[in-house]
Write a protein that binds this ligand. Structure first.
Ligand SMILES: [Zn+2]
Length: 321
């Protein structure tokens, strides 16, 4: 498992197993509006600005070239061969199992455990996109080393990088929510994030809970010493039980403030922000082979039941084992 594919493996995959039908409809119906990119040697996608008039041309290319990696743009263009005439871009969140800030597994590539963790994070983000932001037409792609969430809701297709960056911060809990308000007697009061069970404070609290419960203790958090970290780990069950106030009293309000600042920074690393704000990004093409790990980039129909080790393994790997 997870070994690099040889040229022979690739050839086998693209001639015998790959089918255009494995590309999800939202891409198939707009092939002629997307830029395609390819990596033929394993050095990165150097062959860009590719354009295919229809499925037939793309099929021919894939079968004949058996690329090391294939990508298509998240954007639609009038002239994709020049990346001109931009029409819209999907909103994308890239969760790479290798880059999870509180990785539970110490392996140097990815494994079942890392991929499970990535899936958990993806499920949390999708809940927020749907329930809090009311977004629809959300697709999940297993990339080979993690997941891409691709949102095609018409309401965000034309939004710029700034808006996308704000949405990103919302769904991953990148900003500490601060509340001060004036009560009915005119006194200024403040509320902690965990006191508000709704909206953004709830998202922030949930992401922070996830991070704190998954800390290994090796993470570097500014102004948090090893000793303090041990105390956090010792008492974090309180957070698991939603007893944030008690937890804060035990570790001390000042340490708590430093911790929360650090956690917000870790939250930001749940998703690769560069991908979300880039309107002209190319993403691994669903159906194509991730040759570095010999897995199929796969459109996920049902996230809960999806198992990459069952659903994204090419025949040539099954034959070898
Ligand atoms: Zn692992």
């Amino acid at each position: 498992m997870f070994q690099e594919a040889t040229a022979e493996d690739r050839r086998k995959y693209y001639t015998m197993e790959w089918k255009i039908e494995r590309i999800p409809d939202f891409i198939r119906e707009s092939i002629h509006l997307r830029e395609f990119g390819f990596d033929h040697t394993g050095q990165g996608p150097n062959d860009r600005y590719r354009f295919f008039r229809d499925e037939k041309f793309l099929t021919k290319f894939m079968k004949y070239r058996a690329p090391y990696a294939a990508y298509s743009s998240v954007a639609l263009y009038d002239r994709p061969w020049k990346r001109e005439g931009w029409r819209s871009s999907e909103l994308v969140f890239d969760v790479d199992a290798k880059d999870i800030p509180v990785r539970q597994c110490k392996c140097d590539n990815v494994c079942e455990k890392c991929l499970d963790q990535a899936k958990e994070i993806v499920a949390m983000i999708i809940d927020t996109l749907e329930d809090d932001l009311g977004l629809r037409e959300i697709h999940v792609i297993y990339s080979g080393r993690g997941y891409h969430i691709r949102v095609l809701d018409p309401i965000i297709l034309k939004s710029d990088s700034e808006v996308r960056s704000q949405i990103l911060k919302y769904v991953i809990g990148g900003d500490i929510p601060r509340f001060s308000y004036t009560d009915f007697e005119g006194r200024v009061r403040s509320l902690d994030h965990f006191m508000v069970p709704l909206g953004y404070p709830r998202v922030f609290t949930e992401r922070s809970r996830y991070i704190i419960l998954h800390l290994n203790g090796d993470e570097k958090i500014e102004d948090i010493t090893r000793q303090t970290m041990n105390k956090i780990l010792e008492y974090r069950d309180l957070i698991g039980a939603d007893r944030w106030g008690e937890f804060r009293d035990i570790i001390g309000p000042r340490v708590y403030e430093r911790l929360i600042k650090g956690i917000a920074k870790l939250n930001l690393q749940l998703v690769d922000a560069r991908v979300t704000v880039d309107l002209k990004r190319i993403l691994r093409l669903p159906s194509s082979l991730h040759s570095k790990v010999s897995m199929i980039c796969t459109h996920v129909e049902d996230l809960e039941s999806f198992d990459p080790l069952r659903d994204a393994v090419p025949d040539f790997v099954k034959e070898k084992s």
